[in-house]
Design a protein around this ligand. Structure first.
Ligand SMILES: NC(=O)c1ccc[n+]([C@@H]2O[C@H](COP(=O)([O-])OP(=O)(O)OC[C@H]3O[C@@H](n4cnc5c(N)ncnc54)[C@H](O)[C@@H]3O)[C@@H](O)[C@H]2O)c1
Length: 312
């Protein structure tokens, strides 16, 4: 199978591209390197540097592909609060350009990387896909808009689409060195460096942390699921476990071998208080279930972070 992975130089996309290559697929990676890194693109993948919002570039990259995994986007709620128009161009115009090029190239199915943020502080936790959607940040609006475009393309055209709502993904290659870094790399880096982890708010906010190999497995399951089960649908991708940031810190402290002494600051605009998936729809329709526990995933992540430290 020939597959296009947009965002394949980024954290999740590079793991997905590597897994596809390992199982013998032909892979094209399209990435602007806005936040991704050329080194992440696995050996054996063709690499096209350019924006998903550029229709000509996307048309070149998608030619001959049977499936598209569309992960190329600007993540981070805080970035979208600071620069909503930039996020919109990459995430909304980008998704529409990728959908259109995939349709025109005769692609069988496109998997879209959506986000738990579309729920925006759901009242029902664990949250099923049918819960009301109330995005609380420009980023979440871009992801919900992408979902709508995916469903509309599935209804109007031959192109099949599946939207996957990822919940707080973590693992090796997720970097701590960005102003918009995610909480696990930031906490892990602080503990490894012996500095105080910074907690926005009281630390009782909770997340459904999902290890990256499970997100890869969900994408593969979505690509192979029967049309009736998957086409035009949206699925939560997570284990359905709720962990507070203070629980997370304690677990990281255990692995690193230190007692965290967090510094607390203001809660961040646009962040939701609790986020936890009801994962049953993906189990039923895609036969997908998360396999990696938080503890095991954190151990692998810390091992990787340690391997990145300069040798003394
Ligand atoms: N990490 C999470 O917890 C999480 C949660 C929900 C959804 N997602 C979604 O999963 C996808 C991958 O996220 P990630 O965590 O690997 O982030 P990432 O920043 O590591 O990867 C995104 C990749 O997209 C590329 N990109 C950005 N703008 C682009 C553009 N205009 N054209 C082409 N490429 C562009 C970046 O250079 C980067 O390589 C994103 O769509 C993100 O919104 C991530």
């Amino acid at each position: 199978m020939r597959a296009l992975v947009t965002g394949g130089a980024g954290f999740i996309g590079s793991h997905l591209a590597a897994t596809l290559i390992e199982r013998g697929d032909d892979v094209v990676v399209l990435d602007s390197l806005a936040t991704g890194h050329r080194d992440n693109v696995p050996e054996g993948a063709a690499f096209v540097e350019g924006s998903v919002a550029d229709p000509d570039v996307v048309a070149t990259a998608v030619a001959g592909c049977e499936v598209v995994f569309h992960l190329g986007a600007l993540g981070a709620v805080a970035r979208s609060v600071a620069e909503p128009l930039t996020s919109d161009t990459a995430n909304v115009r980008g998704t529409l350009a990728v959908l259109t090029a995939a349709r025109d190239a005769g692609v069988r199915r496109l998997m879209f990387a959506s986000s738990s943020s579309v729920y925006g502080g759901a009242e029902v936790v664990p949250t099923p896909e049918s819960a009301p959607l109330r995005p609380r940040s420009p980023y979440a609006v871009t992801k919900l808009t992408g979902e709508h475009y995916c469903r509309v393309f599935a209804e109007l055209f031959e192109l099949e689409t599946v939207a996957l709502r990822y919940f707080n993904v973590f693992g090796p290659r997720q970097r701590p060195d960005s102003v918009y870094a995610a909480v696990i790399p930031l906490f892990a880096r602080a503990l490894l460096d012996g500095t105080r982890p910074f907690v926005h708010g009281d630390g009782q906010q909770s997340r459904d942390f999902t290890y990256v190999s499970d997100v890869v497995a969900a994408n593969l399951a979505a690509a192979d699921a029967p049309t009736a089960a998957a086409n035009g649908k949206v699925f939560n991708i997570a284990g359905g476990y709720q962990h507070s940031l203070l629980d997370l810190l304690a677990e990281l402290g255990r692995i690193v071998g230190t007692t965290p002494d967090p510094e607390f600051g203001q809660a961040r605009a646009g962040d939701v208080r609790h986020s936890c998936a009801d994962p049953r729809a993906a189990q039923d329709a895609l036969g997908f279930e998360c396999a990696v526990t938080l503890g095991t995933g954190l151990e692998r992540t810390i091992d990787w972070m340690r391997s990145q430290l300069p040798t003394p």
